[in-house]
Design a protein around this ligand. Sequence first.
Ligand code: NAD
Length: 392
Amino acid sequence: MKIAVAAETRDGEARVALVPELVGKLTALGYDVAVEPGAGMHALLSDDEYVEAGATIDADAITDADVVVSVQPLDVDRIRRLRRGTATVSFLPTTFEQAVVVDLRDCGITAFAMELVPRISRAQSMDALSSQALVAGYRSAIVAAGMLRRFFPLNMTAAGTVQPADVVVLGAGVAGLQAIATSKRLGAVVRAYDVRAAAAEEIRSVGAKSIDLELETLEGSGGYAREMTEDRAARQRELLTPYIAAADALITTAAVPGRQAPMLVTGAMVEQMKPGSVVVDLAAERGGNCELTRPDETVHHKGVIIIGPSNPPALVPYHASQMYSKNIVTFLTHLLGKTGAQQASLPIDTSDEITRETLLTQNGSVVHQRVRELVFASFCMFEEVEDPFFLH
Ligand code: NAD
């Protein structure tokens, strides 16, 4: 059984799905590991390191693989090079990438999406959303500290006392809590806000002050937030304005699963910030939490700098790849079992929750019910669909 590691082709993607350090975990189970040339290059991992770890380097690694692992979904040209029945394991944001789902279906690929790993305790070490959000949160604080023309920490020196920076973090999930913890380690005074009730205690536990706006909390399912009504959003923006005006650095990380990012900060709110202040918007790829964010651009607005990296984990590719690889190897070991390498075909057991929840397409069908409905709805919007059962 052969596992191929694809070289990433999307702009700005510097991570790799399997680091040499973890190749041995798969070869020890009997898998052959083949890596496309240069796959680890942007994460500072050479082809030689893969070979030393027991993998082969092969430009055609994906064409006869049983499983292809990648960070981003494969592009259509590469999907068409796979054998029918090949399994792919990657991130695949189904709300935004339905065309890829259809290509995978039509090519008979058995596709798994890492963001659909259920957030249950036995799946924690496969939770790539969390591992990569942690990297993004760390990076956001480093970017804010680097762009700010002031210190983050308090400094009491013979040359006088320097006051610490005020940092505000909006959204205190995995990324937000890491942004808080990193800003605290750098010495800033941090305040944070999140719509979930449980977040206040989590914010305090990493050393920040929790902002209480005395608004109703918004719990959705699975421990995530719920979308705000426009009235609630307007009130939240109004109440947050003085906190944001006082901040030297604002880091926004708010998200609602499957939706565009909530708009938390208007241009008018940014105009209340002091010149030289910095906004780092981690929601840039999903529309941004700040009205002025432009993905991957540095926007200067009345003296305030707004930065919205579209793929922040890729800015720390070495450790982001290491953590993602651990998620991938645990997922593959779970999926294929300890004896998967000895089987004639991939042993996909859909009675298992983790396998079932992450499986998108199999044998030419979209098998994930929610994704199937999404794909159907989006194609009905753009195309004349004569056959209501076109979604086989
Ligand atoms: P996420 O990326 O979907 O959202 C980021 C944060 O934005 C969330 O905390 C959310 O509440 C917040 N948010 C949404 N709308 C907002 C708004 N209008 N204003 C302010 N904040 C807003 O979430 P996430 O970081 O992936 O995780 C969210 C929760 O899931 C956390 O409680 C986390 O601890 C929990 N979690 C559990 C597991 C597990 O059980 N295995 C794993 C990871 C995360």
